[in-house]
Design a protein around this ligand. Structure first.
Ligand code: NAD
Ligand code: UDP
Length: 330
């Protein structure tokens, strides 16, 4: 089975590719290296010498995309490529619109021309309306809170609206907060520039590139006042893609959406404490004002994924801290 992973050299993509090759799938990767490095491909090749290939292609370049698809026999596309910074999306709407939405339109039109009717899409919890008191379910209210969230919701809508005419079988995975690194210590989150997300920022502190963590807000409605998220270990997240692939190949007419998270709400302070407790590493921090658009707390009810995908998260905050520390403390 030939699988194309767009954005396959990024944080989640590289972990997924590594696992899929372990499982003997045949993998093609395209990525424009906007937020990833060619060196990640070298690492993937070191871990999995029989990896098939990577091509630097920007989804905005439809001609190149079409040529690529003509040369390959692809059975299914896992679409992970995209820009993902909420704050940058506010200051650069056009960039996010062009990259994420128009890039996806090019991809789906190319899939149509090539008669590829199976798709897994990396969506996000950012499509949901905030909900303070309980865990989010797939049929909860959707509400756009950022330009980034708008691009994810729009791609989902295009999938819903085009699925009939394209006879598309799809699984949309709405990730909560992926975290942690590969157990071999070779793969992890390695973004370009200053990290926006909590764990890669902590990574910079472990690497001694930065002295302290800026904790954005200490007056949220959470148990210690710091923002709370649903951190899911990258290995557990990757597993939902394996389960989704099995489902798409076993059954016909699959058109489904799943939340992917561990189902727990974890504060920034709890993350800081986990490094002290499990890695004996003290993270210095200072409180800063809230980031624009940040929510108090967001976590999922993961019963649907557990029931239908027959999946359950195996790892916890300790595994996330240990693997993160191992990767950045090289
Ligand atoms: P990442 O930035 O590490 O990986 C994305 C990859 O896509 C990068 O390698 C980048 O170079 C590539 N890319 C971006 N635009 C492209 C384009 N036009 N053409 C080709 N390649 C392009 O991000 P990630 O954390 O691995 O996220 C993967 C996907 O999951 C993204 O779509 C993201 O929105 C989604 N997601 C991520 C998170 C998270 O917290 N990491 C949460 C929810 C959803
Ligand atoms: N956060 C923080 N300092 C940072 C990065 C993030 O305090 O340098 C907080 C942020 O306010 C939020 C949590 O950590 O409460 C997770 O932020 P991240 O950007 O990783 O995920 P998102 O907010 O997109 O879910």
């Amino acid at each position: 089975m030939n699988i194309l992973v767009t954005g396959g050299l990024g944080y989640i993509g590289s972990h997924l590719v590594s696992k899929l090759i372990d499982k003997k799938f045949s993998i093609f990767i395209i990525d424009n290296l906007n937020n990833s490095k060619r060196s990640t491909y070298k690492i993937l090749k070191k871990i999995n010498p029989n990896i098939k290939g990577f091509k630097k292609i920007d989804l905005k370049n439809k001609k190149k995309l079409l040529n690529y698809f003509k040369k390959k026999k692809i059975d299914i596309v896992i679409h992970m490529a995209g820009l993902k910074s909420v704050s940058e999306s506010y200051s650069n709407v056009k960039k996010y619109y062009n990259n994420n939405i128009l890039g996806f339109v090019n991809l789906i039109e190319t899939m149509q021309k090539s008669k590829i009717q199976k798709l897994i899409f990396s969506s996000s919890a950012s499509v949901y309306a905030p909900k303070i008191s309980s865990a989010i379910k797939e049929d909860d209210q959707l509400q756009i809170n950022s330009i980034y969230g708008f691009t994810k919701k729009t791609i989902e809508d295009i999938i819903f609206l085009k699925s009939k005419s394209l006879r598309l079988n799809y699984i949309i995975l709405r990730y909560f907060n992926p975290a942690g690194c590969h157990q071999n210590g070779l793969l992890g989150e390695n973004p370009k520039g200053t990290p926006n997300n909590l764990y890669p920022y902590i990574g910079d502190i472990i690497k001694k590139r930065r002295k302290y963590l800026k904790v954005y807000g200490n007056d949220y409605k959470t148990k210690d006042g710091t923002g709370a998220r649903d951190y899911i270990h990258i290995d557990d997240l990757v597993d939902t893609h394996l389960k989704s692939l099995q489902r798409l190949f076993k059954y016909k007419n699959i058109q489904e959406v799943f939340n992917v998270g561990c189902g727990k709400s974890i504060t920034v302070k709890a993350v800081i404490n986990s490094f002290k407790k499990f890695c004996n590493f003290k993270i210095k921090f200072k409180y800063y004002p809230r980031r624009y658009g940040d929510l108090d707390k967001i976590y999922t009810n993961n019963n649907k994924a557990k029931k239908i995908l027959q999946w359950r998260p195996e790892k916890n905050l300790k595994d996330i801290a240990l693997s993160t520390f191992k990767y950045y403390n090289k």
